[in-house]
Design a protein around this ligand. Sequence first.
Ligand code: C2E
Ligand code: CA
Ligand code: CA
Length: 833
Amino acid sequence: MKRARGWSRPDARVATLSLWLGLATVAAHTLRIRNAGLPAHPDPVPLAILLVAFALTEGFAVHVRVRRGGHAMSLSEIPMVLGLLAVDPTLLLCVRLIGGAVGLAWLRGQRGVKLGFNVALLGVQTTASTMLLRALSGPQHPSSPLECGPLEWLYVLIVMLISDVIAAVLVTAVIALHDDPGEWHRLPGALRGLPLVAVTTSIGLISALAIDRDQRAIALLAIVSAVTYHAYRAYVRQSQGHQQVEELYAFTRALDGPLDTGGVARIVLEQARDQLRAERAELIVPGPGGTCHRLSMHGRHRLDIGTEPAPPEHEWWRPARSGTPVLLAKGHRIGAPVEDGIAVPVPLSDGVTGVLLVADSLPDIPTFGEQHVRLFQALANHASVSLAKARLLDELRREVAQKEHLALYDPLTELPNRQRFQALTDELRAAGTPLAVLLIDLDRFKDVNDALGHDVGDQLLRQVGERLQERLGGRGTVARFGGDEFAVLLPDIRTREVAVAIGDDLSAAMEQPIPIGHLRLNARASIGVALAPEHGDDAKTLIQRADVAMYVAKDTRTGMRVYTADDDRNSPRRLAMAADLREAIQRRDLMVVFQPKLETATGVVVGAEALARWHHPLHGFVPPDEFIPLAEHSGLIRPLTLHVLEVSLRRCAGWRRMGHDMHVAVNLSPSSLQESDLPDIVARLLGQAGVPASALTLEITESSIMADPTGATVILDRLHALGVKLAIDDFGTGYSSLGRLRELPIHEMKIDRSFVQRIAVDHRDRAVVRSAVQLGHALDLMVVAEGVEDEQTLLHLRREGCNLVQGYHISKPLPADDFAEWLTARIPQLGGA
Ligand code: C2E
Ligand code: CA
Ligand code: CA
């Protein structure tokens, strides 16, 4: 019956029930009836006539509706009584099954699960009747109707009544299984047809007596049956009509109360299902832009509301909306194909017409017919008034707008979400607009969240969103992709320079301290940029490429990066590299080289900076700018730092034993300043190497202090308390304020090599270095210039009063043994100077 859309679960349940009924029939019949050794009866009524009688009585049944429950009343008791009294039980079973199946399938058009169940039901009824009659009348079972007396008539009457009760219970069970567990409440109503069974059984008994006497009485029986059938049908129709009017009235009353839209829709759909004996009821209302709103009810009285593309115009959607009720045939679709159905128009407010729909008739009615259409249209007319009054349309529109907003906007920041961003981007691309996509990821947002709580985190995100929007003005669209990821869509961008300029502008805006309560937070971000059409044509590709670029920017701490194809190639390699790096650290394959630091005025080597070196077995030399960020992002920076520290201190101890009063400088990563046990570890390693704390300098970049000012300060103070010296590395590239610098327990300031390298040729760099030196001295710091590549630069630095120098001009970073040699070789040279 439901093969068109595969077997639904309810169908499978009904099929299983039918199968069990069939098995029970066969079992009961073979074990209890045939083996009972009952005598075969003579056949006064030709089996063929009985067969036709069963086919006709099942085929022409009268349907009685009892609220949602309903029953098919047939005159089949008449041939059944004849059969019970005069035919061999097995033959009777066969004749009834075959005749019944033909009647149901051919005259009533039943198929599939519905047909299977009804045939199984006939089998159960027949077998139960036979067994019951045997049980009641005992061994003196009459072998022909004429042998029967009033007692046997009573037995037959009881048997037929019980058989009808069995049918009512099983039909109710099947509807409950298939569709609605509430059906059980309606069982008593379904039993109201029992008196008719008494009538038909009596006709059967009288006929049996008459036919036993003279077979030609069959003709009289046919006349009586036909008249009874028509009289009964007329009666049922009239009383049903009455009942329908009553139900419609009750329906209007139910809708009269103060109900919200959901309530009205629910009652309308419930009533439609109940009165039309349908599995499903839906109200479909045309929506904006080729969509429709669907309010549907099936199964257990749940009301589902959704918005979907409108149904295909031609089948029923257009005719029903323009006022013509449509009977849906098998295979028509309302989303899924239906078995049968009816669509009728419901006028709503504002001249909009919706469609009320029922589909898939329940197992107890043959299919929908013209009288159902009339009933349904009447129901729809009543519903229409109430639905208009409940302002269904307004409510649906509001609901859709809300859902749409939720689907397209981020609730925290009210910014468009990823989906909306993609749609906007694709729209622009479809129009051929060149554009840039910027992916912005906050650095260290997780720490803010962990340390200060989600409330502060949320506020920070909201403020960042606002800031981005404010700074961007009308130049583009800001979206939030979730977490700490934002995106910016910039239309009409033709060159990367323009995109980068806007990106810089946005970074600057974010880096302004953000006040939250009494806190002032700094939001730093890494930005990846992808351009269309250069890097991709659709939103997906562009976002993905901006994402790749963003990660490279994050790893290399460069702040912003425009996508290049190399970035893509790097990512799978990076994973493998992280694994190799882990192994190199574990196996202590990571080398440490040393670069001397000289006193500018005297040329005395006062120390050396330790720099990590990694020779990858396959890729060869990997620059620290590549593997240090890699270590940072793969949790390897701690073992790496400890390794370098340990080697450096051991080497330093060696130089000192050789008589060189030297310090060693080790670089710390930003994340090292978050490890509260760092001071303890440093103290332990110093002790192990036998190096005084004052001979160790730890170099920290400006930005790593600024990233987490409070946490970093605590650790720096503890290191300082140990006697370890601290240096600010890469000075000039960060954003440290003078005030901050003064508060920190710093000993040394290293001017970034990007300023140093060009002082001989660029007077602006000279000015920067000069003021940096002055600033350092004002703060009582040793000032170091790194990246000194030539004599000229050295002379300039000496003139500026820079304390220490470091660079290729003095020496490249050297492996430990070479460094020791270099040191020794340098002493006579020094002596000679
Ligand atoms: P940095 O701390 O600024 O280290 C100085 C960098 O300048 C070194 O690069 C050094 O080889 C290079 N350099 C020295 N003299 C000159 C010169 O005259 N001209 C030029 N152009 N460059 C010079 P390297 O070894 O490639 O290291 C790069 C960065 O990697 C370092 O910058 C440091 O931030 C990081 N790094 C290296 N080793 C370690 C380590 O063990 N731990 C941590 N956390 N970072 C490290
Ligand atoms: Ca350094
Ligand atoms: Ca440096």
